[in-house]
Design a protein around this ligand. Sequence first.
Ligand code: HXC
Length: 257
Amino acid sequence: SEYTTIVTETRGRVGWITLNRPEALNALNSTLAAELAAAAVAFDRDEEVGAIVVTGSERAFAAGADIKEMAGKSARDMSVDNPFAPLEDFARVRTPVVAAVAGYALGGGCELAMMCDIILAADTAVFGQPEIDLGVIPGIGGTQRLARAIGYYKAAELVLTGRRMAADEAERAGLVSRVVPAADLLAEAGAVADRIASRSLPVAYAAKQALRASQETTAAEGLRLERTIFASLFALDDQKEGMSAFAEKRAPEFRHR
Ligand code: HXC
């Protein structure tokens, strides 16, 4: 592929993105942020792709933003020329994204996992927001998404102390949907993604959009949006097919696009 910090591949209807900076435990530098966003957006535009998996290595999903690249930056560099701006495109793709996390998911790595829709963890996974130890705070969603995911008080403890949290604690806290043996992580992530991608693509987009409203808006507005989206799905063949198939006791044949 044309990328230097990630590897991409399509398997069936699933787009795979593997972070590939082993020398830096997949630390997110500006190149990786741009390539990751470009790859996700390309998969998002591809009608043959119904789900995306993002993963790292056995040792690290991502050990954070690249500290060496960031160290000398100015406040202006980080705001006006924000090297992580492309990740906003990553976080906004319509396609459901599964994070398959083994090893370290620290700082920007934990934040990247939280930009995805489902987080599956190997039993080796370690989550945390250690930015406080570097004299900064999380900057790509950590304070907001972690607090919504695991509650204010537990998020505050992690952000204010920098303490790391193992996979089982992350699962109990509700950050991770399932912990699996490390050897099974990619197969499990593939199975979850295949299952998502086997359904109607526009309906998956609709479900993700409505779910995202729960994180981004008030309950009243989210409920209104859900009702509107729900009703609009009755204009799609896939709704007719899904409900006819149920009545006819057969498997539905969704159109995938
Ligand atoms: C740059 C990193 C890195 C990082 C690891 N490396 N994390 N380089 N940025 N975030 C590099 C190391 O310098 C080292 O390079 C190589 O990867 C292997 O790491 P080691 O430290 O030797 O491995 P180990 O002893 O196993 O320790 C693993 C670790 C530790 C616990 C994950 O590397 C670590 O604490 N990393 C930093 C974690 C962190 O603070 N993340 C938050 C970053 S701030 P060499 O060349 O020495 O072999 C952030 C802000 C996000 O994410 C918001 C942005 C807007």
